[in-house]
Design a protein around this ligand. Structure first.
Ligand code: DC
Length: 262
């Protein structure tokens, strides 16, 4: 999409939008963030991939995942880079790509989605020094604005002044089953196991002392428990449009009982 085609071209020139999408695993953040980035012509930045890349390094090097000082030293000698592509006018599919994440210049995008790294990412992300380092990187990545950034603390810590904040949630069973369905025809775990792991991760992400997962006071809550992904995407689009006074929000976003403001 060219800048002229974006619905955001109705805004004053030079205004750099930041849309923060926070929420627990399996709530549909990635799909929604990708869609919003494509629809509004913004960059999509998935911060969970950065914690995952760092967790992968800790696992590889053998630094204990519960040792703050070891992780802090490791962070000091680690570079993490996130690459996102905007939709190109001649290649509409370009905006569908996931972020590519580079750990010390190695593309580790395909190595960070397994259960071991998923669990390790949640563990290393409890440490304030690790978080402070990540937050700085994320603020630099989005310094020029024009981004949809998804994670756990974007609206509360990374960009507390983001123009639009959406907190996306859904019942744990529903999120667990969505994750299970994504595992394909021969899942490596039972559905109950996936739901149990997700609950354990939720508990850690929501209860850590530093920057726990919680909605910012000015976030719009979007509960996708009873929504299809398409409905949730449309509701999110309506929230952004309404918040930025772009156009009237879509009917679904206005009337759906879960598209409520906080
Ligand atoms: O979004 P995700 O599942 O890829 O995130 C993996 C872990 O990283 C998650 O359990 C918590 C952590 N995380 C975080 O603490 N803060 C963020 N902004 C993003 C992710």
């Amino acid at each position: 999409m060219s800048a002229e085609d974006s619905p955001l071209c109705a805004l004053e020139p030079g205004r750099k939008i930041i849309i923060a999408i926070d929420g627990p695993a399996g709530a549909g953040k990635s799909t929604i963030a990708r869609h919003l980035a494509r629809h509004f012509g913004l960059l999509n930045l998935e911060t969970g991939a950065m914690y995952r890349a760092f967790a992968l390094k800790a696992l590889r090097v053998g630094v204990p995942l519960d040792e703050s000082s070891g992780l802090e030293s490791l962070a000091a000698e680690t570079t993490i880079r996130l690459e996102s592509s905007k939709v190109e006018p001649d290649n509409p599919a370009s905006g569908e790509q996931e972020n590519r994440v580079f750990l010390d210049d190695e593309d580790v995008t395909g190595l960070i989605r397994n259960q071991t790294v998923t669990d390790a990412a949640s563990r290393v992300s409890v440490f304030p020094k690790v978080r402070a380092w990540m937050v700085r990187l994320q603020q630099l990545l989005a310094a020029d604005g024009g981004v949809v950034m998804e994670g756990r603390d974007i609206g509360t810590v990374v960009f507390p002044h983001a123009e639009v904040k959406i907190f996306l949630d859904a019942a744990p069973e529903v999120r667990g089953l969505r994750r299970f369905d994504q595992l394909g025809p021969t899942p490596p775990a039972q559905a109950e196991e996936v739901i149990r792991d997700l609950r354990a991760r939720d508990l850690r992400d929501r209860n850590r002392a530093d920057s726990p997962l919680k909605p910012a006071l000015d976030a719009i809550l979007l509960d996708s428990t009873d929504m299809t992904l398409k409905e949730a995407v449309e509701a999110a689009e309506g929230i952004v449009a309404a918040k930025l006074n772009l156009t009237a929000p879509r009917a679904e976003a206005q009337t759906h009982p879960y598209a409520v403001g906080s």
